[in-house]
Every structure is written in structure tokens, then in C-alpha cells.
Design a protein around this ligand. Structure first.
Ligand code: 3IO
Length: 707
């Protein structure tokens, strides 16, 4: 079950010619695929296109009805390899993933498909996870487009442009036999707008029909001598064909005035931010009517020499607004300007920062600096920056962390307890929610090398005496960890422990189902146990613990694995459902039950302030956001006491941790009963009497001793 359901929105994907579609960028992209006669769609979820994959999944019935094949790929490499269907056949195919990490994963297949070239349009939709809010290394997809010769579309964020660029992307791919990448930043994915729709088109040839009459051409296969031919073809045929298509169909756009001695070139995806920056300094309006010429690169690779030359001719200086580094476009512009014998000065990274997201504010400062250097009469008056109302240090950092009730927290609490016994461990971490273990209060995890690579990250460690620990999520495990981690550990006779965090979903990417998920879905095979898979590749020490909240049990299992005399890689599967998904799943059920008058019992935990000593060791071993502190109600004690807030979901880990660590008895469990029955009411009344009597007695005793 995914984080968001798009069931209602995908109904709108059925609209036809002339109707107006309103909605999010990712829905517009999906509609554009259907309007383009796409024959197959695949991909792997990851921010910022996780929800695009969810839209595809929710639209899969509609796609099937149109004869479009859809699948959720096992990894980005799988998705990229799927594009093979467009090599020999005039089939349009689209795949999606998170870049740059997914592109790294996919790059073997991408190089192959880019070498042999395609007959049917091949579109790779990459979610560019760069900038504020990103969760990955800051790199550019642009480098991949350059190195493999794939065209890169970076559309201006506007729904009609997104739709047009999907459709043009297929046509460009076919005209130049080259795969095309379409880069979507998070803001483009979720911006809302409208566009005039066209009818959905059934693919002229379906994948099923193509399979009926196979067609092969060995010159498309990457093997000598064809691979050498591919390189020549790329240069002599595909490159000029790509440039011609972009130019003939005017994929790049012009805004603002025509004649001027300065101008700005911008990556399409940054246009809205640039325009806002210009508006702030009085050089544009909300509609993009800029007071200087702006050349918008909806296609950032390749650049179109004639267009660049025409734009730069007669201009003293041109600013290129290009996010990230290296500044590939700036370098290329300099080359093109030089080759055309123009005197235009290309400004770029000398005006704008080399790193970080180009927000409207960053661009505003860069444009102002550019104007001061090259058109001072139009530069905004410099005003001293106002001191922020709050100094940045006064705002507490709030990095993402484990959710309330997260089943992964007790695994790390248990690891801390094990470390108390056998000392610090080397822990090779992975990608996924479990990486939050590196933060306080756990401080567990030394490195992360990539998705599903936790075990591989520990493989150089051939310990004597003390085993290393690797962490891997169920998502990473099925993505590649089974082979690149577990299989490798078996083959190389490792002696480490891998803890596989099996929370039932690919949780970090938005709760999608995977092979070992418990949910039964009609179109997918689930309930394939991880333990069975690891035993299948030769692991003999494999255990599954089905309740991670049992901290003492987890602690003992981890200690066993680290101290067992048995040699060989060990795998501990730690199972409990992702709490975020669990709450999503059960909340509507609970609400329905309460509404229909059924008796529903919910558990909450709490801390008895009279018993709490205020030493907070429970917090240091848990880190649950709902376990916090509050002022000590006892006027004679100053230390704040531990306190469980109402966001508690009743996982019980705080109590279990206190018990396993022999901390204190101050945790209690309360039952919140909705629609109580007669027995509940009688019990409650009895309790009220007893407690009331005791409280009155205590009040009398206090009053008797009072001065
Ligand atoms: O959903 C995200 O943001 C992720 O980082 C997950 C992810 C999806 N595909 C990947 C490939 C390499 C590393 C992480 C991911």
C-alpha cells in the first residue's frame, strides 16, 4: 500500500480531446504518456518520483485497458533493461526512477541501450533529487546524458510544457534513434496547473503483438564489431538528427525582449525561479514578460549551436543560470561562442554559487551581481540584508528520524544493549529509514554505500574475534542486496552478521509493496519470505524474529549471532510492520468500527511521574518522538520527568526498553476503550471508588500533618 492513493485522480486520465485536465505534474506526465501511444511503462520508486510510480500503479487498470503493459521493476537496472523492447520494435516505452542514484544503478543497461540505439521512442523520466530537501549525494544527471549520449529534457515547469515535452521526447527519440531523459525536479512533480487534453491512444503495436512476430538485427547488439559502428553512428547520424529535431520543433523557448546587449540562458526547470527573481528586481512580471531576453533550454543536452549563436550575437554578456556542478552547459556555451567567433562574455559560476539549490533568492542575488558587472544602469540598488529575526542557531535542527512507534527503533535499542556487553561494533549501514540509526540517541552506523549495499559495505571486514554488523532493509534486499550482499558474503566466506529490517514495505520510498510484503495484491506475487531467499543462496545461520518490539528478544538474537561459534555469514530478519503504513491501514478501520458502535480498545503508554526518577535513560535508549519530558509535578523535585505524549501509538517499546535495560518501573499501559460495554463501565466505576477512597485517605493524612 503506497503512501498516497491516486485512485480518484487517475479517473481524470480518461478524459478526451479538448477537455481540460487539472492536477499535479506527475498526473500530467502520465496523461501525456497515454496520449503518446506508449506501449509499456516501468520504473522503480524513489523521491521525487515515488508518487509518479504510485500514479502508474493506480492507473494500471486503465493502462491494461489501452493495451499498455505496466510493471513495477525490481530495480532501476531492471527498468532500464526493459527499454530493450524499443530497440528492435517501433514500441514507445517509458521508465522512471530517482536520479542520480537510480541512474547509477541503471547505467549498465543505459549505456547498452544508448549504444545500440532505439527504433521506438524510449523515455527515461528521472526525478532529480538535488537541492533543499534532497536525501542523496549532490550530483547531476547531466553527466550521464553526456557520457552515454542520451538527450536530456529539462522542461519549464508548466503543465502544458510538461505534456508537450513527453510527447516531443518520444518523437525526438525516434527521429534520432536515441534514448531521451526527462528530468523532473520535486517542484515540477507536484506543481498544479491545467492543460487541454487529447484522447488517449492505444499503442499502434503492443508488446504482446511484437512478441508474436520477433524481429532481430545483430547490428543493434553491443558486441564487436557493431559497438564500433554505434560510436560512429552516434556522431554522424544520431547527433545531427537530434539537433535538427530540437531546432525544427522549437523545443527551446524565448521569453522577454528581443533586442538587447545582455541576456540570460536558463535550464528549463529553473525558469520559474529565474522569473520570480527577475520579478523581485523589477525586470519581469508574473507572466514571464521579462525586460531582457531569456533563452529557455527545455533541452539541456545537446545544445543547439545555431540557436546559441543567434542568441549571443550582438550581446556583450550572457548569464547562464545552471544549477549544480560541474558547469557543463557553461563550458559548452563558451566553446560554441568561441567557435562562432563572437565576443560575448559568458557569465555563470562567477555570478552564482557553485553548490546548492538555485532558489529564487539565490538567483536574484546572482542576477543582481551579473547586472552590476555588465549592465550597472539596470542593477537593483544594493540594500543591506536585514538581520534575520531569529539567528539560525536559535532554531533547533530537526533532521528526519524514526517515526513514533517505528519498529526499527527497538532493533537499535537492542544493538545498544549488546554493545554495552561486547563493546562498540563496526556497523555498515544501508539506504532506508534504518539509516536514521546514525542519529542520536543511537549513534549506530559507520558508512552507507548505496541501496541494498549494507552487507557489501562490510565485506572488506574479515574480523577476527569481533564480527562486523551490516544493516539492510527489505527494499534494498530485493533491489539487489540478495545477490550483491548476501550471495557475495556466502561466496567469500564472510563471518559477519546482516540484520535485514523487514517492515513489510519499501517504506523509505513511500510504502510500496515488495516481494516479502504481507499484503495480497491481485497483480503481484507477495509473501515470499526473506529467510527462504537467503537460505536459497547458501546462508545456514538464518533466523527470523517476528516482533522487533521485543527488545530483550532482539538483544539476545543479535548477541547470539555475534558470539555463535558457527562460522559463515549470519542473517537475522527483524520483522514488524512499518508503523506509518500500519497507522494508515488501521486508522480508517478503527474509525469505522467506532462509528458503527463497536467496542474498540486502543493502547497508550504513560509514565508515572511519582515513580520516574528523571534520569531519562529511557529516552537515551529510545528516541521516540512521543517520549519526551515535562516539568516535575512534585514541588520538591526539580528534574523534569519523562512523559509520553498523545501521539503515542502504543507500540510499547519505551516500556520494553526500560524492562530489557532494567531501568525502572515507571511505565504503565493504559487502555482507551471506545464504546465501552457494561462490564467495562462497572469495572471503571469500581476503580473510581477504590482510587477515590485511596486519594481521599491520602488527602486526609496530608491535611493532618499540615501546619
Ligand atoms: O526514495 C528514495 O529517496 C531513495 O533514496 C531510495 C532509492 C531508490 N532507488 C535508489 C537507488 C540507490 C539508492 C537509493 C535509492
Amino acid at each position: 500500500m503506497a503512501e498516497r492513493s491516486f485512485k480518484a485522480e487517475v479517473e481524470r486520465l480518461k478524459i478526451g480531446d479538448g477537455e481540460v485536465f487539472e492536477g499535479e505534474g506527475i498526473l500530467a506526465v502520465t496523461k501525456a504518456l497515454l496520449q503518446s501511444g506508449v506501449a509499456y511503462v516501468g520504473g522503480y520508486q524513489g523521491s521525487p518520483i515515488s508518487h509518479l510510480m504510485d500514479v502508474f500503479a493506480d492507473a494500471s487498470e486503465l493502462m491494461a485497458g489501452l493495451g499498455v503493459h505496466f510493471e513495477s521493476s525490481a530495480s532501476e537496472a531492471t527498468a532500464a533493461a526493459m527499454l530493450a523492447a524499443s530497440v528492435n520494435y517501433p514500441l514507445r516505452g517509458a521508465v522512471a526512477w530517482k536520479s542520480v542514484v537510480g541512474t547509477n544503478v541503471a547505467s549498465d543497461a543505459l549505456s547498452n541501450v544508448a549504444s545500440g540505439g532505439v527504433t521506438g521512442g524510449a523515455l527515461i523520466i528521472v526525478g532529480e533529487d538535488y537541492g533543499e530537501g534532497s536525501s542523496i549525494m549532490q550530483e547531476r544527471t547531466h553527466a550521464f546524458a553526456m557520457k552515454s549520449q542520451m538527450w536530456l529534457i529539462d522542461p519549464r515547469p508548466s503543465l502544458p510544457v510538461l505534456v508537450d515535452m513527453v510527447e516531443q521526447g518520444f518523437a525526438l527519440s525516434e527521429a534520432s534513434n536515441t534514448p531521451v531523459m526527462l528530468e523532473l525536479r520535486v517542484r515540477a512533480c507536484h506543481m498544479t496547473g491545467s492543460f487541454v487534453a487529447r484522447d488517449n491512444r492505444r499503442p499502434p503495436l503492443t508488446v504482446a503483438q511484437a512478441a508474436q512476430s520477433p524481429n532481430r538485427d545483430t547490428s543493434r547488439i553491443v558486441l564487436p564489431p557493431a559497438n564500433f559502428l554505434h560510436e560512429v553512428e552516434k556522431i554522424e547520424k544520431r547527433w545531427p538528427a537530434g539537433i535538427k529535431y530540437v531546432q525544427d520543433h522549437r523545443l527551446n523557448e524565448h521569453f522577454g525582449t528581443e533586442q538587447d546587449d545582455i541576456g540570460i540562458i536558463v535550464q528549463g526547470g529553473l525558469f520559474n525561479s529565474l522569473n520570480r527573481a527577475l520579478e523581485l528586481i523589477g525586470l519581469s512580471d508574473a507572466y514571464g514578460n521579462a525586460k531582457l531576453p531569456v533563452y529557455v533550454l527545455n533541452v539541456t543536452y545537446p545544445l543547439i549551436p545555431d540557436e546559441v549563436q543567434a542568441f549571443c550575437a550582438g550581446k556583450r554578456a550572457v548569464l547562464i543560470v545552471e544549477e549544480g556542478q560541474p558547469e557543463f552547459i557553461e563550458h559548452e556555451l563558451n566553446t560554441l561562442v568561441r567557435r562562432a567567433n563572437l565576443d560575448t562574455r559568458i557569465a555563470g559560476k562567477d555570478m552564482l554559487p557553485r553548490s546548492g539549490e538555485y532558489t529564487a533568492d539565490v538567483i536574484r542575488q546572482g542576477v543582481a551581481k551579473f547586472l552590476r558587472a555588465h549592465a550597472p544602469e539596470r542593477a537593483p540598488v544594493e540594500v543591506a540584508a536585514e538581520a534575520p529575526a531569529l539567528p539560525p542557531t536559535a532554531v533547533p535542527q530537526r533532521p528526519a528520524g524514526f517515526c513514533t512507534g517505528c519498529p526499527e527503533r527497538p532493533i537499535f535499542s537492542a544493538m545498544k544493549l549488546v554493545q554495552k556487553d561486547i563493546g562498540e561494533l563496526h556497523v555498515s549501514a544501508d539506504i532506508g529509514c534504518h539509516l536514521f540509526s546514525i542519529l542520536p540517541p543511537f549513534h549506530i552506523g559507520n558508512t552507507t554505500m548505496g541501496y541494498g549495499l549494507g552487507t557489501a559495505g562490510a565485506s572488506a571486514f574479515k574480523p577476527e574475534g569481533k564480527r562486523a554488523v551490516a544493516i539492510m532493509g527489505d527494499g534494498g534486499f530485493w533491489h539487489n542486496g540478495l545477490t550483491s550482499g548476501i550471495g557475495n558474503a556466502v561466496f567469500n566466506q564472510d563471518d559477519n552478521l546482516t540484520i535485514i529490517v523487514d517492515n513489510g514495505y519499501s517504506a523509505a520510498t513511500g510504502g510500496q509493496d515488495i516481494l516479502s510484503s504481507k499484503a495480497k495484491t491481485p497483480q503481484r506475487s507477495t509473501n515470499n519470505p526473506i529467510e527462504k531467499a537467503v537460505r536459497g543462496v547458501g546462508i545456514t545461520w538464518a533466523k527470523t524474529r517476528t516482533r522487533t518490539y521485543d527488545v530483550a528478544g532482539m538483544r539476545d538474537a543479535i548477541r547470539d549471532a555475534l558470539t555463535s561459534p558457527e562460522k559463515g555469514p549470519k542473517v537475522l530478519v527483524a520483522q514488524s510492520e512499518c508503523q506509518l503504513n500500519r497507522q494508515r491501514r488501521i486508522k480508517p478501520q478503527i474509525a469505522k468500527a467506532i462509528k458503527s458502535g463497536q467496542r474498540v480498545v486502543r493502547e497508550r503508554f504513560g509514565v508515572d511521574p511519582d515513580t520516574c526518577t528523571g534520569d531519562h535513560s529511557c529516552i537515551r535508549l529510545s528516541g521516540c518522538p512521543s517520549l519526551t519530558i515535562r516539568a516535575n509535578p512534585d514541588p520538591l523535585r526539580q528534574d523534569p520527568v519523562a512523559h509520553v505524549e498523545n501521539s503515542c501509538v502504543g507500540c510499547g517499546v519505551c516500556g520494553e526498553v526500560s524492562h530489557a535495560a532494567v531501568l525502572c518501573p515507571s511505565f504503565y499501559k493504559a487502555e482507551v476503550i471506545s464504546n465501552p460495554n457494561r462490564a467495562d463501565r462497572i469495572r471503571q466505576r469500581l476503580r473510581g471508588w477504590v482510587i477515590g477512597a485511596l486519594q481521599r485517605r491520602s488527602a486526609r493524612q496530608i491535611a493532618a500533618r499540615a501546619f
